[in-house]
Design a protein around this ligand. Sequence first.
Ligand SMILES: Nc1ncnc2c1ncn2[C@@H]1O[C@H](COP(=O)(O)OP(=O)(O)OP(=O)(O)O)[C@@H](O)[C@H]1O
Length: 793
Amino acid sequence: MAARSKLERFHKRMRFTSFPIGVYQRMANRQDGLAEALDTEQRTVSWLYGLLDLARDRARATLRQVYGRGGGTRQAMVEREAAASEQARRLAQLDAVERGLCFGRVDDRSGRSAYIGRIGLRDERHETVLIDWRAPAARPFYVATAGDPGGLLRRRHLHLKDRRVVAIDDEVFDLERMSEGDRRTLVGEAALLAALRRGRTGRMGDVVATIQTEQDRVIRAGLQGALVVQGGPGTGKTVAALHRAAYLLYTHRDVLERRGVLVVGPNAMFLRYIGQVLPSLGETQVVLTTVGEMFPGVRAVEADAPAAAVVKGDPRMSEVMAAALELRRRPPEGDLVVELDGLELRVPHETCVRLRERARAVRLPHNMARKLYVSELLRELARAEARALEESLHIEELANGDPELEELAQPLDLEGDLDELDLDLASRRLWGEPAVRRAVDGLWPELTPQQLVAGLLSDRRALAAAMPPGLDWTPLLRPAGAPWTVEDVPLLDEAAELLGEDDSARRAASRRSRAEQDEELLYASEVLQSTGVAEEGVFARADVLAERQADPGAELTTADRAAADRSWAYGHVIVDEAQELSPMAWRMVMRRVPAKSLTVVGDIAQTGSAAGARSWGEVLDPYLLGRWRLEHLRVNYRTPVEIMDVAADVLRAFDAEQEPPESVRSGESAPRAVRVPAGGLEEELAELVAGERAAIGEGRVGVVTSDALRERVARAFPAADLDAPVAVLTVTQAKGLEFDAVVVVDPAGILTQSPMGGRDLYVAVTRATRRLTVVHEGELPAVLSRLAGGTPA
Ligand SMILES: Nc1ncnc2c1ncn2[C@@H]1O[C@H](COP(=O)(O)OP(=O)(O)OP(=O)(O)O)[C@@H](O)[C@H]1O
């Protein structure tokens, strides 16, 4: 019916509208112009792909050659590995840029044209024929505006499907100066809007083709110092931060390849969401992590309740950890007494105190200082043993009444007779005694960060003793063996700093015996025989394959090594959704980047964690002393204006000082509120979501619910993950993500679920790229009354 009436309207229009003949002529010319432009661009693009294929062939050949060499000294092996991983990386990079290799062209006033792409390419004469988007020469493509074209006549976006040019968009800055031929081939539809209208896939994509000027400023900012990017929802903070990582690696490759780049995101789901952006830009050398994963060996996912999160995130927790450690190395109540083979070894209390103070005074981390403490205490015990022996040996008894022997006997001074060698030998012997070990461990135990933190959090007395006045310890107490939370991770990191690393186990693990290597060679030959890989050429020799098996260290990239090493100093750190980090989490992040080269992106208006930031200065100044630059992003590329109006009502209600961003486009359907009868949520929701799915076609639906209803709602949509057409998420999980259609369930619950409920609701309603539905059982909260046709409170 709808289709028929559309057709009728068209016929009617054709009957009553008469186009002047010139319009038809222009339309026909335009078609010809478009075909001609597509044809020209196709020729260039095909040639560029040809060059890409050649570059790949060359990289593959070099890789084969490198592996073909085999054998040689250890040094030669290391050099070979380095050359091989360089070529392998180059190959991976060349593969990654296949999609949309070339996406832009600029024509300048001097009649020159240049093509912009994901990677730079040169022709056979070594002339640059494709400019890498990160190169300074590509900059005009991103920064030219009608007001300030910077010498450009035209910016052209090329849209590719596989290797075909399927569409072109032109922005003309100076029509007067364009040649007649170029004018004829002008084609225009805003490339940005076309990109924004695309359905969401569940994975963030790169935006190299449509980076906007304000984002370009962020992306190309210098490496030194700290840059803070504040911007409302959908302003492209994440996308700009990731492109910045790629830009920095390109521009400062020498430093950053050695030191690595770390990106910290809010949760694992978010990392999956953004995980493809950097590889699609040809960068695989960036470590992506969350606060919960920043301590090697621990993978914390669950968050603490707000009361505990606030205390654990408090900067005073660093003193609490130090105090907790002091409690673990207290001197004995009285003298130290160790029973050994019927002897009582006694070290006076004052000596124990003195040894402890000496070990503390060296200012080494606890586990290192322990070595000094143990060695001195063992010597004291050796002396105590000598004294005990003296006391136990009664010469009169030994002489057994023999007056001559009694006369010969001098008063014993075993302790005084001990020389250095005796003390060493006695110390070693004593260290083998379990009773001595127990005593030493009781006074200065060797501790892992896990033992220190878990021990503190499950010990009421220790908590009460370690906490300063004004910091409530009660929310922290939990049973021993409780799983790690995200908020524990900065405490573990703090503990590791205090305790010091003992990397002897790691070093031992990386030492490989000759026998093992021989075994690997044998195994490698068998593999080559049985799989026929030998014929493929890459691993043509058993010794080469064995070499790779045997020395994983040589294969490890900077990113691999950095991710496994808590004390790694990164060259640059990017923190996304940075408003969520507590002061303790910032301490941990800052340790990873001693040079303080940082990009911090976030939105103070979206802070959801009770321990998160209220202002950037508050969290950053303790480390950066006010030396950070602030950039604002103010245009919202995600949320249509109608939905953003609703969000702005919410923002105004809880934080009138924050400015909502301005939406770049308007939506196709009005946001709405749907009231469901009490108890009928699941059923109604299933129907409603089905309707949303039908409305958006290929895109994705996000159901964002209050924490309280999460389980109930998730039951209605099993197996909902990022890749599923429908994902059920709490606000915390939805942070940073976006969906074509968003259904917000239980707005009243979201508002009241934490002290930051208003901000949570703001985050929830700004996840939509096209449609927003708010589902409520009770009254619609007053801040959303625009949805019911009212004026928001
Ligand atoms: N220049 C651009 N060209 C095309 N799309 C863009 C551009 N900038 C941003 N976008 C798109 O806008 C959406 C929002 O971007 P992004 O997630 O980076 O915003 P954000 O500021 O991090 O949002 P939030 O604070 O809500 O996490 C994404 O789909 C992104 O791809």
